[in-house]
Design a protein around this ligand. Structure first.
Ligand code: 3HC
Length: 309
């Protein structure tokens, strides 16, 4: 007599998708709520660093592109909150957990955006790292999450390309502009590698997430994919990656690279990064100031439902 857990694992092993009405182990549901909610929070908080430069974009053309990108991120957050809600969690609950510091968001968004070149580095590196991770998630065993990723990845590739194009323009510009691009790479390179999480040996969730095919590629392997893809792009720009140990390893067929500063990683993840406080204060203020919008939308929906009844 097979148990529900055995039946569930057989479905996972057969590469079938788990859908909202299906039976699932409580641990699977909880793990997905954790990851999808944090992913959604990252998209929403991630609007702040770039939003900071919309009013200071160098041209109307660049302003329009940056506005479109930031609006896309809001949409990604909404898809992901909707995917999390199919697991039985409420949107307000997830917001509360974020505001209380009980839900995380990606450490990368706790760094300041100091120059226009940062808009290029974020598109190129942060969205590039996000794409590396999210293409993998399109094969996630949970249907709503995998499907949300398909659309998000299409929009992310525009985000990555517009960022890289900003840097191409700067690197082909004046020496000051090229220095600005190099400074941005120096500040965003290592925090981008941190987006993939701790080493596999230190990861809390990787083993179980791989068994449930939530995660299809490990943190370290995805990080390696990202480094291998990005180093030639930096070379094309004529920029130097701030890692003296970076070198091509022909035996491995990959780039060897230096060790991440894990003390910095955990400091930022635990809330003590350069911008953690500002990011969360801004998020809570926006949530509170937006109460009237939510109340008006709920009142409208209730009136519409009453008329239809
Ligand atoms: N920032 C903050 N927390 C991190 C982190 C990071 N860079 N890397 C890992 N963590 C946390 C994990 O959440 C976990 O804590 P928790 O148990 O409280 O949730 C702990 O560190 C241990 O890490 P694990 O490797 O065990 O955790 P995961 O198996 O969840 O792997 C992950 C981490 C690879 C980030 C995975 O959660 C994931 O793939 N998430 C979905 C993708 C995502 O969230 N990307 C964030 C960026 S979104 C973005 O960039 C938007 C773009 O449009 C700009």
């Amino acid at each position: 007599m097979t148990t529900p857990e055995e039946k569930f694992q057989a479905l996972i092993d057969a590469e079938e998708k788990v859908e909202p009405p299906d039976w699932m182990p409580e641990g699977y549901r909880k793990n997905l709520i954790r990851q999808i909610a944090q992913h959604a929070h990252s998209e929403i908080i991630g609007m702040q660093p770039e939003g900071n430069w919309i009013s200071r974009a160098p041209t109307l053309h660049r302003k329009a592109i940056l506005m479109a990108k930031v609006q896309d991120e809001a949409g990604h957050g909404l898809y992901l909150y909707s995917a999390a809600e199919t697991l039985g969690v409420k949107r307000d609950e997830m917001q509360e957990l974020l505001h209380q510091g009980k839900h995380k968001y990606s450490s990368i968004f706790n760094y300041p955006t100091l120059s226009w070149a940062d808009m290029g580095a974020i598109g190129w590196l942060v969205d590039g790292a996000a794409i590396t991770n999210q293409v993998m998630l399109t094969r996630c065993s949970y249907g709503p999450y995998a499907r949300a990723m398909v659309r998000i990845c299409k929009e992310e590739s525009f985000h990555q390309r517009q960022g890289y194009e900003i840097l191409i323009r700067l690197c082909q510009g004046t020496s000051e502009q090229k220095e600005m691009a190099q400074d941005a790479l120096d500040r965003w390179w290592w925090p981008s590698l941190m987006m993939f999480g701790p080493h596999d040996s230190e990861s809390t969730h990787t083993e179980q997430s791989m068994e449930w095919k939530i995660k299809r590629v490990s943190n370290d392997d995805l990080r390696q994919q990202f480094v291998d893809m990005t180093v030639p792009q930096a070379e094309y720009l004529g920029l130097e990656i701030p890692d003296p140990e970076l070198r091509w390893n022909p035996e491995r067929g990959h780039y060897d690279f230096g060790e991440i500063d894990w003390e910095e990683f955990w400091r930022v993840v635990k809330g003590n990064g350069p911008m953690n406080r500002e990011r969360l204060e801004h998020k809570v203020r926006a949530w509170e100031e937006g109460t009237w919008v939510r109340e008006a939308a709920a009142a409208h929906a209730a009136k519409k439902a009453a008329r239809a009844a």
